[in-house]
Design a protein around this ligand. Structure first.
Ligand code: VGL
Ligand code: ZN
Length: 187
């Protein structure tokens, strides 16, 4: 395991999912702090950021019949990555998802960077074999991103302390499910 090429994927650690945001999630600021700590302890690993990034009339918003309040609207503060993580952000390693008003995209795997490359494509170019996944929300974007990474052939390790959730029960139910599927979970 130790000689595998590794990368870190940070999912949706953006203001609307954090304390005070429109879709505030549990354990969110703790997740940001722990993610930062993990990144700092692993200098040299590429850090890829997935960002929910919606138009103001996105289909997942209540006004369009979706389940969520408006969140992560392009151009707003709520769509920005937390300031504490900005030192680690490289523009070409930021992947936006949910940009099409008609499509819900919970998986970071659907995200694309400014050069229209997908997350999986860039991880492959980086030679990544093992991907550490952190972020928000466990039951939605983290779950879907981790599962898609596994399906694409990457080894996946979820960092439990670095997760935030919509619902704590949902979080607790998702962790064993992901373990069963072959995802490693460490704290
Ligand atoms: C997410 C709800 C709506 C997530 C995104 O990142 O888990 N959840 N959009
Ligand atoms: Zn969303």
């Amino acid at each position: 395991m130790n000689n595998l090429q590794k990368a870190i994927v940070v999912v949706d650690e953006i203001y609307d999912f954090l304390k005070g945001g429109s879709l505030e999630c549990g354990h969110s600021l703790e997740a940001v702090a722990s993610t930062r700590e993990f990144i700092e302890k692993h200098p040299g690993l590429p850090v890829l950021f997935v960002c929910d990034h919606h138009p103001s009339d996105h289909c997942s918003f209540a006004a369009q019949g979706g389940p969520w309040p408006p969140h992560c609207v392009a151009g707003t503060r709520g769509s920005q990555i937390h300031d504490d993580l900005l030192p680690f952000v490289q523009e070409e390693l930021v992947f936006y998802k949910g940009c099409n008003p008609e499509l819900e995209q919970y998986s970071g795997f659907d995200g694309r960077n400014g050069a229209d490359q997908s997350l999986g494509e860039v991880l492959q170019l980086l030679g990544a074999e093992l991907v550490y996944v952190t972020g928000i929300a466990t039951e939605y974007c983290v779950k879907n991103t981790a599962e898609d990474l596994l399906k694409a052939g990457f080894k996946v390790t979820l960092l439990e302390d670095c997760l935030g959730w919509v619902d704590s029960e949902g979080h607790k139910q998702t962790i064993p499910l992901l373990k069963e599927e072959g995802i490693k979970v460490i704290s």
